[in-house]
Design a protein around this ligand. Structure first.
Ligand SMILES: [Zn+2]
Length: 235
């Protein structure tokens, strides 16, 4: 696998690379480095490195071609298709949505960033359908979710951004999707799911236990200063 992500040699002892095992853009320490005479020719050198990912603590072997002054991006030789174990999504999140999110993470780990964004779009569609919003377009459904107070302005803004980037991924373009965009989109979709299916329920339970600590519905601390609710300034 050749690395297409930006990378840099920050020192003689470390690289900043996108780890193919944990998926993080992180620092690798060079544990050992050998320049091979056998693989070098015509002024071109090849060296092999034993790299330690400082995020997941896994070991990778990489080769690097270059000459005395300039080395090209390292190519991992030992990146097995394995995923870092990560905690599963909360069981209150519907199974179908958890499965799509997992598929999105698998796409991310495999470097299929466009496919990962398509999964994010499917998550948004699923969220709308499971909440009973079945208008023709996703944008209409998200707006309705905001209007009825299921999501606030900030989450609506997130969802809109995810919808737009998911749309770009779902239709032909010669534009490449950046790993960071796919990774952020999946993280935001996860936060959206947790907000809707986990924290909203926990807050309802909290309110029931502590009614005296909760402001009456619709009242926000900024209302007294003249701002209206449900706008960015009220968040
Ligand atoms: Zn790693």
């Amino acid at each position: 696998m050749t690395l297409s992500d930006p990378w840099s040699s920050v020192s003689e002892t470390h690289f900043v690379l996108n780890c193919p095992l944990c998926g993080e853009m992180t620092s690798f320490s060079i544990e050992a480095k050998v320049t091979s005479e056998r693989h070098s020719w015509d002024g071109q050198n090849m060296r092999f490195m034993l790299l330690l990912c400082e995020y997941c603590q896994d070991i990778l072997i990489a080769k690097q071609e270059g000459d005395d002054d300039v080395w090209l991006a390292p190519e991992f030789l030992s990146a097995e298709t394995k995923k870092m174990p990560r905690p599963p999504l909360h069981p209150h999140i519907p199974e179908g949505l958890r499965r799509i999110h997992e598929e999105g993470m698998t796409c991310l780990w495999a470097g299929a960033y466009t496919a990962a964004l398509v999964m994010v779009r499917r998550i948004l569609e699923g969220v709308c359908i499971l909440h009973g919003f079945t208008k023709k377009t996703l944008v209409q459904n998200l707006a309705e979710m905001k209007d009825v107070g299921l999501i606030d302005w900030r989450l609506f803004e997130w969802a809109q951004a995810l919808r737009v980037i998911g749309n770009i991924a779902a239709h032909y373009t010669d534009e490449e999707v950046a790993r960071e965009d796919a990774s952020d989109a999946l993280a935001l979709s996860e936060a959206l799911l947790e907000y809707l299916y986990v924290f909203s329920l926990r807050f309802e339970a909290f309110k029931k236990r502590n009614p005296e600590k909760v402001m009456p519905q619709g009242q926000s601390p900024t209302q007294s200063s003249g701002s209206s609710a449900n706008t960015p300034s009220s968040l």
